[in-house]
Design a protein around this ligand. Structure first.
Ligand SMILES: C[S@@+](CC[C@H](N)C(=O)[O-])C[C@H]1O[C@@H](n2cnc3c(N)ncnc32)[C@H](O)[C@@H]1O
Length: 118
């Protein structure tokens, strides 16, 4: 992974801490998407993306699980590609639902901004 310098980072106004305060418990954060045994916290992934990438860049998560990294990528205007072994077929519907919802929220947010500007 390429690491941006503090100056290049979107969070350059913040000093990168060595300990991050993450408020959402990973498991709560999934809400009714849940059922993956080891989901990340979306806000933790979001911070990592903002410190290490810029908008439009491609994020690769080779172990998608419930798709938290994809959600954070969509919400922060990064491109995304991922893999999930999902031998039981349990995670694919969770991933698809979360991606659909994240895209729907982003579209709604853009439409609201356009409406506000009119
Ligand atoms: C710790 S979980 C990832 C959780 C994810 N970050 C989230 O927030 O839901 C790791 C995932 O990697 C998947 N996995 C393990 N080996 C894999 C492989 N060789 N290729 C693709 N996925 C794999 C597992 O099925 C599991 O869902």
């Amino acid at each position: 992974m390429y690491h941006y310098s503090e100056e290049q980072s979107e969070l350059k106004h913040l000093k990168a801490p060595s300990v991050w305060d993450v408020n959402d418990a990973a498991i709560d954060n999934q809400g009714d998407y849940g059922k993956h045994p080891a989901p990340f916290s979306t806000s933790l992934v979001e911070k990592a993306l903002k410190y290490t990438t810029t908008e439009g860049e491609l994020i690769l998560d080779p172990f998608m699980g419930s798709g938290t990294t994809a959600v954070a990528a969509i919400q922060n205007e990064r491109n995304f590609v991922g893999f999930e072994l999902d031998e039981e077929g349990a995670y694919k519907p969770i991933i698809e639902r979360r991606i659909r919802e994240a895209k729907r929220q982003m579209t709604a947010s853009v439409n609201q901004t356009i409406a506000d500007d009119d």
